[in-house]
Design a protein around this ligand. Sequence first.
Ligand SMILES: CC(=O)N[C@H]1[C@@H](OP(=O)(O)OP(=O)(O)OC[C@H]2O[C@@H](n3ccc(=O)[nH]c3=O)[C@H](O)[C@@H]2O)O[C@H](CO)[C@@H](O)[C@@H]1O
Ligand SMILES: C=C(OP(=O)(O)O)C(=O)O
Length: 438
Amino acid sequence: MSDLLYVNGGTPLSGEITVRGAKNFVSKAMVAALLGETPSVLRNVPQIRDVGVVTGLLELHGVKVDADADAGTLRLDPTDVESAHVADIDAHAGSSRIPILFCGPLLHRLGEAFIPDLGGCRIGDRPINYHLDILRQFGAVVDKQDNGIHIRAPRRLQGTKIALPYPSVGATEQLLLTAVRAEGITELSGAAIEPEIMDLINVLQKMGAIISVDTDRVIRIEGVERLVGFQHTALADRIEAASWASAALATGGDVYVRGATQPEMTTFLNTFRKVGGEFHVDDDGIRFFHPGGDLRSITLETDVHPGFMTDWQQPLVVALTQAKGLSIVHETVYENRFGFVDALVGMGATIQVYKECLGGRPCRFGQRNFFHSAVISGPTPLAAADIVVPDLRGGFSHLIAALTAKGTSAVRGISLIDRGYERFTQKLEALGAEFSRD
Ligand SMILES: CC(=O)N[C@H]1[C@@H](OP(=O)(O)OP(=O)(O)OC[C@H]2O[C@@H](n3ccc(=O)[nH]c3=O)[C@H](O)[C@@H]2O)O[C@H](CO)[C@@H](O)[C@@H]1O
Ligand SMILES: C=C(OP(=O)(O)O)C(=O)O
């Protein structure tokens, strides 16, 4: 399949699509299955590349994975992990950041593991220092090598007390996946509390873990000797839902997102309404639409949950190019998540990026050399262009821009979008978009 999409924009997206389980949860639940002594079943699994990457890694470690892609069901059988023991594999992480989360489960099962260098979107430096500090505090020995890290646990990992300097999603998951079978009690303060993490806690509890979450970002885990398999239906992908909502808004359209759920999207919905978008929530999904008239400019700051999530930022910025006045967006989670705006500027958007913390409180990136604030002046018509997808959400944003622009755009590198958007060309078709794949 070609990596190039010709998009003939200018038509409002209209119709219905379905979102399934969250990319940022499903991959972690798949890793959790490694901790069980019996098979697990995960439902509502989307057909996205990250699921394929994690499937490959699990199989490499002896997990038997049976997938029914249409039904969205994965059966994960980890009973042969010990006999498959591959400590020094020549693996690569593919496009995903998930391999780092294999550390805890593999240490518990095998006593050692090799973790290849990570993939993932290049939206900042994305160090793994918190992960390594956590593993060391549990008693693991970490040895950095040329193409990854080798870790080993000379004895059973020990529960510990840890404070995160920043509520990192991945580091919180690292701690959970390691603490559940460590000896004794682990207490994490400064934890991330994203809905995807809460659903991972649901899964771990089903497996036999004892985990409590306090109101002040403190998570306590009592380690247990053994865990069993789980049966679980993944929470919906709130990033995909918000991406289609932003596409509806930017193109002046009307999209019903079946499967979208309100509680995980409260902050997005508030912002969507402030910009001038309208939505109706029912039991099966959310309808997002442009009610006509002018969209309004806003001041927005991305943040950890329950704030406005960084992964919502890029698609929404495209809609903000169609809003009247000056919008200010302060990105506080990643230092380098505005690279995608160059292409929008090339299409006629007026966007200026700044190193200062604009429109909100100072963040970690303020006194440093990062263009992490953007001022968007609108509305500006967008013109068709030849654009190259930079990363997952940036790529979807480019797609929205191409759908908004009059004329035919060439969007290159669209396979990156498959990492997190299930069958997106079929969905575009269902929404009446005009496009062809070269
Ligand atoms: C697969 C997955 O779930 N990806 C999500 C996850 O990424 P991921 O788990 O990688 O993101 P984190 O929450 O860990 O990163 C947040 C911030 O912490 C920093 N940091 C993180 C770890 C570390 O060891 N040291 C450190 O400095 C990062 O550079 C970043 O500035 O949460 C992000 C924040 O909601 C989302 O944008 C990603 O879509
Ligand atoms: C940044 C993202 O993902 P990852 O952490 O997998 O790169 C994302 O989903 O927008």
